[in-house]
Design a protein around this ligand. Structure first.
Ligand code: GRF
Length: 217
């Protein structure tokens, strides 16, 4: 099977992009990163793409009169590079309904919470304020509503009693770097099936162990 051609949209440091680039560099990985686009010219992730030999483009949203004209420029760039599937990796712009319609069920996002909890900005601080014992990350199909859409993979991490938003963010980020390549592999292997508001994953081994936190001693 030919490798799925993936475009990654970023706005910042690109550590999730790096995880995807590293995974895609392994022999036999079923997806290939063919283009990286940032809406910010100074995004660190652009350098990561260049280092990996992947075409990288800055398309500053400020150069466009409205959301859809920016989205049309991104769409054109991705198509020019043969992109078949899009990963959002710290991309801090809402996409227009037009763009999401063009790429229906072919855009995924990673969010640092166990969705549908804690959508939007500062999900780690939201988790601490809510006093949850477990948080984590979610890779999901993108639908027009922010941080919504069928869930593909989640990973849970414990929230520690002395956590700050920063320490929780770091723990979740480590999980993100495993979660995103796993989700992309499942997608590229055509094992991810969107059925309405949920995803069915073919042949995935469910993890049957419950994670207790705190656990009884
Ligand atoms: C990650 O926590 C991701 O889940 C969120 O934005 C952050 C991006 O980090 N959407 P990086 O740019 O991938 O390092």
């Amino acid at each position: 099977m030919a490798a799925l051609k993936v475009g990654v949209l970023i706005s910042g440091r690109g550590s999730n992009l790096q995880a995807l680039l590293d995974a895609a560099a392994a022999p036999g990985f079923p997806a290939k990163i063919v283009a990286v686009v940032s809406n910010k010219a100074d995004a660190g992730g652009l350098e990561r793409a260049k280092r990996a030999g992947v075409p990288a483009f800055a398309i500053p949203h400020k150069d466009y009169k409205d959301r859809e004209s920016f989205d049309r420029a991104v769409d054109a760039c991705l198509r020019e590079h043969g992109v078949e599937f899009i990963c959002l990796a710290g991309f801090m712009r809402l996409l227009s309904d037009w763009f999401i319609g063009q790429w229906a069920d072919r855009i995924v996002n990673i969010h640092p919470s166990l969705l549908p909890s804690f959508k939007g900005l500062h999900p780690q601080a939201q988790a601490l304020a809510a006093g949850v014992r477990l948080s984590g990350c979610t890779v999901h199909i993108v639908r027009p509503e922010l941080d919504s859409g069928p869930i593909i993979v989640q990973a849970a991490v414990p929230v520690m009693p002395d956590d700050t938003p920063e320490t929780l963010e770091a723990r979740i980020l480590t999980a993100e770097h495993r979660c995103y390549p796993l989700a992309l592999r499942l997608i590229a292997e055509k094992r991810v099936h969107v059925e309405g508001d949920v995803v069915r994953v073919d042949g995935a081994a469910p993890s049957a162990d419950a994670l207790f936190h705190p656990k009884a001693v």
